[in-house]
Design a protein around this ligand. Structure first.
Ligand SMILES: [Ca+2]
Length: 440
């Protein structure tokens, strides 16, 4: 897979206290104070009936204005394949970037199910009503038979224990999938539409770029609407079995669509930040966030009440168990951390967007992915060369303390408040009712 989880021995990450939790909905105290002030003013000016009508309008506006505000300025598109680390990434997006997200697309096989799982995970967050579009799906046989993607291609438990049996059966039914041609281009249509508006967007690419490339090939001028792409996908240095020389070979995201990935990397005129597996592994003890290296993050996940992190625990355990069945040596690596660890790959990309100080050094590069040189065991060959005129920023050094603090704060922030929005709304309504009653 993208990165082989290992148990780490790095500790001592300083994590500052969580920042104050932001309000997702109008604050009842503020609302009530506003209503009270207006009522005092109005009782000298208007009839009782007019006062009641106006107070009702104020209440309605106070509830909906925050949502109207969110509708403006959405300039972020997220494309995910909903692996366990995508779930952590989405939690961070929901906590920190919700007002910017325009749409979320799912890609890679089971993309319908992945879209349902995104919708399910985002329940109760500020992103619960965001458009979710299904992208390029396909069957396991549609992907190159490279060893690193075998576990993903042969994973059939996605969504089990999260979606109901009825929902899963529906998502897998031939009748449902028959209409898939229409739905499969949903993400492409929406991407095209978003880029055609002329408003520049940023893209969090947490999965292969299949749909993005299809859109840009159909209308190359749309590249100009892309402000920046934050992309997870790259390579590791491995030994050539014949020559014994080290060479670069692609990892999971690229292996799931080498052709599209090669085309994206050839677009050196698009500004991008590229996070490659080779930078993740050494900084995260082989590519894992576990109790050993980031105990506070794992404790937060294990004790979380939030819907998203609760489902992560189910999805993570299912995936880790599958990984160990597919690759038995991983039992020695994941072992009892199954469901209690994740690769930092996609979360890292989100943190880099939220807090650029994560990136301590980067270099402008050309990346050539040779799709003709595919090794079933090691992926596609990659050649990387510095090029000052390229706009692809390859991340070469990261600050894992920034990753830890931003991730932990976001996961704390997404936790349910003591009183939920419905409770707050009820409080505000009760207060207004009492206020109006006192006017009679
Ligand atoms: Ca992903």
């Amino acid at each position: 897979m993208r990165s082989v989880p290992t148990v780490a021995s790095v500790d001592g990450v300083h994590v500052p206290p969580a920042e104050p939790k932001a309000r997702a909905y109008p604050h009842p105290q503020g609302l009530a104070q506003l209503a009270h002030s207006v009522a005092i003013f109005l009782q000298y000016r208007l009839s009782m009936k007019s006062r009641t009508t106006l107070l009702g309008l104020i209440l309605i506006l106070s509830i909906f204005v925050p949502f109207l505000g969110h509708a403006a300025g959405r300039d972020l598109i997220v494309i995910t394949d909903m692996e366990p680390d995508d779930r952590i990434a989405l939690e961070i997006v929901a906590a920190r970037l919700s007002s910017r997200v325009q749409l979320i697309g799912t890609t890679v096989k089971n993309s319908f199910r992945k879209a349902a799982l995104v919708r399910h995970q985002l329940k109760g967050t500020k992103l619960q009503n965001i458009p979710i579009l299904v992208g390029a799906g396909g069957e396991a046989g549609d992907y190159a038979e490279i060893a690193s993607s075998k576990a993903a291609r042969e994973y059939h438990q996605e969504g089990v224990g999260i979606l109901s049996e009825g929902e899963l059966a529906k998502l897998n039914s031939p009748e449902f999938l028959q209409g898939s041609d229409q739905l499969e281009v949903g993400l492409r249509k929406s991407l095209t539409g978003a880029l055609q508006t002329g408003n520049r967007v940023e893209i969090l690419l947490l999965a292969p770029p299949t749909d993005l490339i299809a859109v840009l090939e159909a209308e190359p001028r749309l590249k100009e609407a892309i402000k920046h792409i934050h992309v997870m996908g790259g390579w590791v240095d491995v030994k050539n079995p014949k020559t014994e020389a080290m060479e670069k070979r692609t990892t999971y995201n690229v292996n799931m669509d080498g052709v599209a990935s090669a085309k994206l990397m050839a677009m050196t005129d698009i500004s991008m930040t590229l996070y490659s597996s080779h930078i993740i592994k050494p900084n995260f003890a082989g590519g894992s966030v576990s109790r050993t290296n980031f105990p506070q993050i794992i404790e937060q996940i294990e004790t979380a009440q939030s819907h998203g992190l609760s489902t992560f625990r189910i999805a993570g355990k299912s995936w880790d168990t599958h990984l160990m069945e597919m690759i038995p040596p991983l039992k020695n690596v994941i072992g009892e951390n199954a469901g209690r660890q994740f690769t930092p790959a996609d979360p890292l990309v989100v943190v880099g967007l939220i807090n650029p100080s994560l990136i301590q050094a980067s270099v402008l590069v050309d990346v050539k992915i040779d799709v003709a040189d595919m090794d079933v065991a090691r992926g596609f060959r990659v050649d990387v060369a510095e090029n000052a005129s390229s706009r692809i920023h390859l991340v070469t050094e990261i600050n894992t303390s920034v990753f830890a603090s931003e991730t932990l704060q976001a996961l704390q922030k997404i936790e349910p408040k003591n009183s939920g929005p419905l409770q707050k709304l009820r409080s505000a309504l009760d207060y207004c009712a009492r206020l109006l009653g006192s006017q009679k």
